[in-house]
Design a protein around this ligand. Structure first.
Ligand code: 9PG
Length: 473
């Protein structure tokens, strides 16, 4: 642990923070504000680092990897680390009297730390992020345009729905690169090769027809998770990370309850993970959305107690990359952000989009800023603009349809405009048959990739927007 004390007028400062994984909040806020902490305990391990939760207190801000304090003149202080392969860096700023105390803790091996005063925080944050990206061998692929089944079909997705949308996209000349099947095709978490009854086929049936239509096939996996009713669970109970009581560590609350997670330090787990992505590849999927990756980085009891949780995570992700191949396109999701650099091509940099602007009750009254909404997805990804140096950011899908959506025309347009500012992946989940002329035109606009595809100088032209970005009225 190290500490710095800054004798400054705290009322004039803002703080830039980022939670450790895709779905945790990132924001630029007045230093004296309250950092929200979810009231519900079940949100703590699914959206945040349970070992370093948001403070929930006024004047106390917590951030992973990187932090910045911004003066009114755009100058300030920037802190960060130059290696995150096996280390979590946890930063805290605390208003103390008329100054600020900054504390930094490293969980894992020692790594080089930068703490500097600067006349231009935007530039310094970008430079620091770029140094970390270079040090960890960040992959810089071209951004892709993706159709994803999740935000319309959810777990009820079928083979027929995938094929219908791919055919219609081709007929309408929509310029998607990838058609990606999301959660719902599999019998259970872990039982990836057995299809769900409702899917009406097998995941391996899809790549052929998609290729004929000219699209790259994409597949969703939550490779570290294990359904409590799965065959994988029944056969390999010894492969799981354990909790303090010796039983499987309960992770998250999706799919109707907590689910165990694979222990990537167990000698049999890495070969299984490699086999899984190799199998998906052999079925014809070179694009993989690897979701709920945070599970492998949670604190718990592992087979090899000498391996730290950041290290354990990275070993698991390396196994998935090795199985998929160097030329596969890997999108991380629900994933530790900095610890994934160099192993993923793209990364979800915010919570899920939903077909409404804001979930005010969960965000404000329950302190849960990672609840799905268009506002949360955009706000968080905008506040992580510098992570362009780590991978292609994925701010999640645009919603251009009018049916099954509460977004106004203005809000749909705002989403489209902000996605262009953020850059990175361009994605949609709209059933193509629901799009009228206006919807198709908006979607075409969303799929346009600008030549440089880097964020516009965000805090200069969009400064107030990043902090107080509210609905366009
Ligand atoms: C499939 C979905 C989609 C989606 C992913 C992810 O914090 N949470 O409780 C939480 C639950 C689900 C979730 C995100 C956050 O959705 O982001 O795109 O793939 O899984 O189940």
């Amino acid at each position: 642990m190290r500490e710095w004390h800054l004798p400054v007028r705290v009322e004039a400062l803002k703080v830039l923070v980022s939670g450790y994984q895709s779905w945790s909040e990132a924001e630029l806020r007045p230093l004296t504000d309250v950092q929200a902490r979810p009231a519900m305990a079940w949100r703590h391990d699914q959206g945040h680092d349970p070992g370093f939760l948001p403070s929930g207190l006024g004047g106390v801000w917590r951030s992973h990897t990187l932090i910045a304090l911004v003066r009114g003149d755009g100058g300030g202080w920037v802190g960060g680390v130059l290696d995150a392969t096996r280390t979590f860096a946890q930063w805290e700023t605390r208003v103390e009297g008329d100054g600020v105390q900054v504390t930094r803790t490293l969980e894992g091996p020692e790594v080089p730390v930068v703490w500097e005063e600067t006349a231009d925080v935007t530039a310094a944050v970008e430079a620091l992020a770029a140094r970390l990206g270079r040090a960890m061998g960040a992959r810089q692929p071209a951004p892709l345009r993706v159709w994803c089944s999740w935000y319309s079909y959810y777990r009820d997705v079928t083979l027929d729905a995938m094929l219908e949308n791919a055919r219609l996209a081709r007929e309408r000349g929509l310029p998607f690169d990838v058609f990606q099947l999301d959660d719902g095709f599999q019998a259970d978490l872990g039982d990836w090769t057995r299809p769900a009854a409702h899917f009406g086929g097998h995941a391996r049936d899809l790549p052929g027809p998609l290729r004929e239509l000219g699209f790259t096939p994409g597949l969703w996996l939550a490779p570290f998770l294990v359904g409590p009713g799965s065959q994988l669970f029944a056969e390999h109970r010894d492969w799981l990370v354990r909790g303090p009581d010796g039983g499987p560590l309960p992770v998250g609350h999706n799919w109707g309850g907590p689910y165990p997670v694979l222990d990537t330090t167990h000698p049999d787990v890495l070969p299984w993970l490699r086999e899984l992505t190799a199998t998906a590849r052999a079925w014809g999927y070179p694009y993989l959305k690897l979701d709920f990756l945070f599970g492998a980085a949670l604190p718990g009891v592992r087979f090899d107690p000498t391996v730290g949780r950041a290290d354990a995570y990275r070993r698991g992700l390396q196994g998935l990359r090795d199985g998929a191949g160097q030329d596969a396109f890997l999108l991380g999701c629900g994933a530790p952000l900095a610890q994934s650099i160099g192993l993923v091509d793209a990364m979800r940099t915010g919570p899920d989009v939903a077909p409404y602007w804001d979930d005010h009750t969960r965000r404000v009254w329950l302190g849960d800023g990672t609840a799905p909404s268009a506002r949360a997805a955009l706000h968080t990804s905008l506040s992580r603009w510098y992570q362009h140096a780590w991978y292609q950011p994925d701010p999640d899908v645009a919603i251009c349809r009018r049916e099954l959506s509460l977004l106004s025309a203005e809000e749909r347009g705002t989403v489209a405009g902000m996605l262009d500012v953020i850059g990175g992946l361009r994605a949609s989940s709209d059933p193509i048959r629901m799009l009228d002329e206006e919807g198709l035109n908006l979607l075409r606009r969303c799929l346009e990739v600008s030549r440089t595809d880097r964020p516009r100088t965000l805090t200069r032209s969009y400064g107030p927007a990043v902090t107080h970005f509210t609905r366009a009225t």
